[in-house]
Design a protein around this ligand. Structure first.
Ligand SMILES: O=P(O)(O)O[C@H]1O[C@H](CO)[C@@H](O)[C@H]1O
Length: 298
């Protein structure tokens, strides 16, 4: 049994497996989602705001990985946000959980085959930009893919043209219209004081960064650092979905040897709770304004 589980863990799933999972899900719900949402650490409350829910535990979904991190419930929730059909991952997967990088991102391809056109990703991140405060929400405008520098890219391996091209462009990874829309909605909702934009840097984790690493990343142009999202963005863009992503700055990255601060996951989850309601309002308002069939040129 152990051997079977081990083999399953490392198997790379292809188009037919993704299609089988998508068809399995579509057979069990009438919801036909046009927006897919991924909840970051401590931000799973977003999924609870969906109406007319049909929810699946990850362990019941064929080929789906399991959530292993506190703050990631492990449920795929279908439903509507202000009348718009959505699917929401209440819990995501990370490299440090030990999954192959292609498996972490498998849900993006399933989203695509469910009919999703726009993906909204949220994450918890450490603030590197010295102007950022804990509780700030950073609209991601670009990323630094550090694991990718070492060849750790979910698009490595044979390319299946049914999903996308061998060499996808990433200079337009984060949809500019959606960034603009988020800024406008944020202003309307009175969130201007804590709404920022910037560059997100992904690392492998699970250890938090050293002081020297934070200083280096900041100098390289990163405004926030985390352990997720970028892999999902690469796969979502590869198969032509529009992407919007935001980071909740849950802690200030430690950049100073005199600091007594220590990064910890409890603080990350706690900050998530404090901003939960505003994040939910921002995302649900965005969903109501996202037009259908906007990604045909992608
Ligand atoms: O990126 P999300 O899933 O929000 O989680 C972030 O929070 C955890 C660390 O506290 C890491 O997993 C980091 O990536």
């Amino acid at each position: 049994l152990f051997l079977v589980a081990e083999t399953g863990f490392h198997r790379i799933y292809g188009y037919d497996d993704c299609k089988a999972t998508a068809d399995w899900l579509l057979a069990q719900t009438d919801v036909r989602p046009i927006v897919g949402i991924v909840c970051g650490s401590g931000m799973g409350g977003l999924a609870d705001t969906l109406k007319n829910q049909v929810a699946f535990s990850y362990e019941d979904i064929p080929h789906f990985p399991q959530s292993t991190v506190h703050g990631h419930a492990g449920r795929l929730v279908f439903g509507t946000l202000k009348g718009r059909p959505c699917v929401c991952m209440q819990g995501r997967f990370h490299l440090y959980e030990g999954y192959p990088i292609q498996k972490i991102t498998l849900p993006m391809r399933i989203f695509k085959l469910l009919g999703v056109e726009t993906v909204i990703l949220t994450n918890a991140a450490g603030g590197l930009n010295q102007d950022f405060k804990v509780g700030d929400v950073m609209i991601i405008k670009d990323h630094l893919n550090v694991p990718g520098f070492a060849g750790n890219n979910p698009l490595s391996g044979p390319n299946d043209e049914r999903f996308g091209v061998r060499f996808p462009c990433m200079s337009d990874a984060y949809d500019r219209e959606l960034q603009q829309m988020a800024m406008e909605i944020g202003q309307e909702l009175g969130y201007g004081d804590f709404l920022r934009e910037g560059v997100y840097c992904v690392l492998g984790g699970p250890s938090f960064e050293t002081i020297a690493e934070c200083r280096m990343l900041h100098r390289l142009g990163a405004d926030a650092v985390g352990m997720s999202t970028v892999h999902e963005v690469l796969v979502a863009r590869h198969c032509g979905m529009r992407v919007f992503a935001l980071s909740l700055i849950t802690n200030q990255a430690v950049m100073d040897y005199d600091s007594e601060e220590k990064a910890n996951h409890e603080e990350v989850l706690q900050t998530g709770k404090q901003r939960a309601e505003q994040l939910e309002r921002l995302v649900s308002t965005m969903v109501t304004r996202i037009e259908q069939n906007n990604n045909n040129d992608a």
